[in-house]
Design a protein around this ligand. Structure first.
Ligand SMILES: C[S@@+](CC[C@H](N)C(=O)[O-])C[C@H]1O[C@@H](n2cnc3c(N)ncnc32)[C@H](O)[C@@H]1O
Length: 234
């Protein structure tokens, strides 16, 4: 077995375990759990560990959208805060932004385990750029977005191929030509395994590259898995 096979298996195992967890949620009709991430997490999973200055410099003048952002806009050490301070247009999209987010004791407990150095604050600088919407119906103009980020939503909570096709068609609509979606975590991309014709067609409109990430920032935050870059082809 090569190291590469091992990486693919590790990523498959993670998603397999998560599938069991999600089925329990589906069975008991529980709401999708929301967490909040640090800028350090974003730098690691989306920006190849670049420094804060490099990440923010690369995003200067760009429109950036975080899909399924959860509690991240309200965390004190988030990328929302860093982008706010650097003057970067950075929006967080999550259907829970319509008021369902309570920031109660359970939320603080989740933050303590995922991102212990963060505080939760409903009025955190940058949090005003939060938008109540679903990934498949984004309130952004055609070809207006430079970068989409999404962590712990696609391929994890949303795995149905028809749903992914609808969401990625929407990403394709709002992204500028050459614009990118950065997505974490996911298994090795295997287009030959896609069953749904619409999903096969929509995903072929993106150039897909992946990088394997070793565990870090505590393994439950960054378990062994792939991070993917989906670049809009035209
Ligand atoms: C596990 S949380 C991830 C939060 C954050 N991105 C992180 O990495 O901690 C998934 C989030 O996606 C949101 N969500 C669920 N379905 C969605 C959809 N169709 N479109 C956009 N966001 C969705 C949930 O409300 C939840 O806050």
């Amino acid at each position: 077995m090569t190291a590469f096979d091992g990486q693919e298996r590790a990523a498959d195992a993670l998603l397999g375990m998560f599938r069991v967890y999600r089925r329990a949620y589906d069975t008991f009709r529980l709401p999708v759990i929301s967490t909040g991430r640090s800028f350090e997490f974003y730098r690691r999973v989306f920006f190849d560990g670049q420094s804060e200055a490099e990440v923010l410099g690369g995003l200067a003048g760009k429109l950036v959208v975080d899909i399924g952002c959860g509690l991240t806009p309200f965390t004190s050490n988030s990328m929302f805060r860093a982008c706010h301070d650097a003057g970067i247009e950075f929006y967080g999209v999550d259907p829970k932004m319509n008021g369902q987010l309570r920031l109660g004791h359970f939320d603080r407990l989740k933050i303590y385990f995922n991102n212990p150095r963060a505080r939760l604050d409903r009025n955190a600088p940058g949090a005003e750029r939060r938008v109540a919407a679903y990934a498949h119906q984004l309130p952004f103009d055609d070809a207006s977005v430079d970068v989409i980020l999404s962590s712990w939503l696609l391929f994890i909570w949303i795995e149905d191929e028809a749903a992914l096709a609808e969401i990625f068609a929407e990403f394709h609509r709002v992204l500028k030509p050459g614009g990118v979606l950065r997505q974490y975590p996911m298994t090795k991309w295997r287009p030959e395994l896609l069953a749904d014709a619409a999903w096969r067609e929509v995903s072929s409109r993106f150039e897909i590259t992946q990088r394997f990430l070793r565990p870090g920032l505590h393994w439950w935050n960054v378990p062994p898995s792939y991070t993917g870059t989906f670049t809009k082809k035209s």
